[in-house]
Design a protein around this ligand. Structure first.
Ligand SMILES: [Zn+2]
Ligand SMILES: [Zn+2]
Length: 251
């Protein structure tokens, strides 16, 4: 484990919620940033639930206002991150009747200028996010839960698969515990040749420690997008175990 951390010192949380924008989250962006810095993360991606998911932001607001309110959790995390030395990147979790996707590489200004994303189908989302230079990752594709009526797969409309979701497989997780959800996601990604990612799906400062560790520090969310698409060397963790990019346990 220590040897893995030495080779891959730059750890990123790729799936994190804030109370400002996610109704199910308990801690603010600033609190999450402080906890993640303390844990040893180099950076975090704030991925609050969008209009199709468990958002706190009133869906009847104008698009302009909606996007402003939606990024509050990210902004508070980023402000605190700048103060304490944690890299904070914008992202979001897109919900389609319980099927969810993690979106990276776009920002609030892009959102504002592309209101068509609000009614986009899964296929249109992929095209739009790609035109913007972003990344679409299928979040926890095999999670079984009350809010997910069906497991629906879109291998042609995603860039990768969240193969390690710490809420499934970390022993300290308080929800959705079933490591088989991760095993199925890893097998699915392998069948389709899709890259794997890892994150904690964390909603409070009781961190699980999941994420992706790189050999180098990421410069931006776009840099992360390129690292995943270009097959850069990285390792995955659920905060307890470590996995290589194919999902094989290595520590
Ligand atoms: Zn949530
Ligand atoms: Zn989530």
């Amino acid at each position: 484990m220590a040897a893995i951390r030495e080779q891959y010192p730059y750890l990123y949380e790729t799936h994190l919620h804030t109370a400002e924008s996610s109704a199910c989250a308990r801690s603010t962006g600033a609190e999450m940033a402080r906890a993640c810095k303390e844990y040893g993360y180099t950076g975090i991606f704030v991925t609050d639930h969008n209009w199709g998911g468990n958002t706190t932001v009133d869906r009847s607001l104008s698009w302009e206002e909606w996007t402003d309110r939606f990024e509050q959790g990210y902004l508070h995390a980023a402000e605190e991150g700048a103060r304490i030395g944690l890299d904070v990147f914008y992202g979001y979790e897109a919900g389609y009747d319980g099927t969810e996707f993690l979106i990276y590489g776009v920002d609030s200004a892009w959102m504002k200028a592309h209101s068509q994303i609000r009614t986009a189908t899964v296929e249109e989302q992929y095209r739009l996010i790609h035109e913007a230079g972003g990344l679409v990752i299928h979040a926890h594709p095999f999670r079984e839960a009350g809010y997910i009526p069906d497991i629906r797969l879109y291998p042609q409309w995603v860039d990768g698969v969240e193969g390690v979701n710490a809420t499934h497989s970390n022993s300290r997780s308080m929800a959705h515990n079933d490591p088989a959800f991760d095993q199925r996601a890893i097998a699915y990604a392998g069948q389709h040749g899709l890259p794997l990612t890892a994150g904690s799906d964390i909603h409070t400062t009781q961190l699980l420690g999941g994420g992706i560790a790189f050999r180098r520090r990421l410069r931006s969310a776009r840099d992360y997008v390129q690292a995943v698409l270009n097959g850069e060397d990285y390792v995955l963790t659920n905060g307890e175990a470590w996995f290589d990019k194919a999902g094989n346990r290595i520590g």
